[in-house]
Ligand binder design. Structure first.
Ligand SMILES: [Zn+2]
Length: 232
C-alpha cells in the first residue's frame, strides 16, 4: 500500500480515549487552508478538558461539523462550543478557505455523514476506520444503507481518507472496496451459520466472530442483528 499523505490543510488532534471500539482514540480533525484566519473542527470528541483545550488552541473556530452522534465524537460538543463560541453547521459549508461537501453515508448509524474537502480527501467518521472494520450499530444502523454508502464512497476514486479512528488511508476507493468485500464475506458466513443451525444472534456471533476479541462480541451482535435483518 502506498503511504497516505495528510493534506496540508488537515491537522489531527487525537483524543485520549483509546479502547476496543475507539482504536487509538477519537480523531478530531482541524481543517484550515494555510491562508485562512480560522478553522473548521470535525468531531470535538469526548468530554475531556485537556483534549478540548488542545483543539480550541487551533482557533479561532469558524464552524464545527459532526460525522454522527455517537458520544465518543460529540460528548464534548457543548463544552467545546462554550470554549470557542463556534457554531455547529450541517450540510455543505465554505469555511476556513475550503469547500466542504457533506455526503450522507448512513449505515454505521442513520445520521452518519462523510465530508469531501476540496475534492481532495474525505472525512469518513466511523463509516470507514483507519484500521479493522466498523460496526453497523443496529437498530439505528442499517446494513443495506451501509453497503450503499460504501458503494458511493468507492465511486469517489483514490482520495485520501481521514477517518474517525485510526490512521489516515491513501485511497477511499480501495478502502471502501475492502470494506464491501469484508461485509459480503461476513454475510456469507452468517448465512452458513444459520444454515448450520445457529438460531439466535448470540449463536451466530459465536460461530462467525470466534476469532474476534470477546470484548467486542456485544458490538458484533449488533452487526449480526443488522445482517440477519438484511437477509430476512
Ligand atoms: Zn460511531
Amino acid at each position: 500500500m502506498i503511504p497516505a499523505v495528510v493534506p496540508g490543510w488537515a491537522t489531527l488532534v487525537r483524543a485520549p480515549n483509546p479502547g476496543p471500539m475507539t482504536l487509538d482514540g477519537t480523531n478530531t480533525w482541524v481543517l484550515r487552508d494555510p491562508s485562512a484566519g480560522s478553522c473548521v473542527v470535525v468531531d470535538p470528541g469526548p468530554l475531556d478538558e485537556g483534549h478540548l483545550a488542545a483543539v480550541a488552541a487551533h482557533g479561532p473556530v469558524e464552524a464545527v461539523l459532526l460525522t454522527h452522534g455517537h458520544p465518543d465524537h460529540v460528548e464534548g460538543l457543548p463544552r467545546f462550543l462554550e470554549l470557542t463560541g463556534a457554531e455547529v453547521r450541517t450540510g455543505s459549508v465554505r469555511a476556513a478557505g475550503l469547500v466542504i461537501e457533506a455526503l450522507p453515508t448512513p449505515g454505521h448509524t442513520a445520521d452518519s455523514v462523510s465530508y469531501l474537502v476540496d475534492g481532495q480527501a474525505v472525512l469518513t467518521g466511523d463509516t470507514i476506520l483507519g484500521r479493522g472494520s466498523t460496526v453497523v450499530a443496529w437498530p439505528d444502523g442499517n446494513l443495506g444503507d451501509y453497503l450503499a454508502s460504501l458503494e458511493e464512497l468507492m465511486g469517489l476514486g483514490p482520495l485520501v481518507v481521514l477517518p474517525g479512528h485510526g490512521p489516515v488511508l491513501p485511497s477511499v476507493a480501495e478502502a471502501a472496496a475492502r470494506y464491501l468485500a469484508h461485509r459480503h464475506d461476513r454475510l456469507a458466513q452468517v448465512r452458513a451459520a444459520v444454515a448450520a443451525g445457529a438460531s439466535t444472534p448470540r449463536e451466530v456471533v459465536e460461530a462467525v466472530y470466534a476469532e474476534v476479541d470477546p470484548q467486542l462480541w456485544g458490538a458484533a451482535e449488533l452487526s449480526v442483528r443488522a445482517q440477519l435483518e438484511y437477509l430476512s
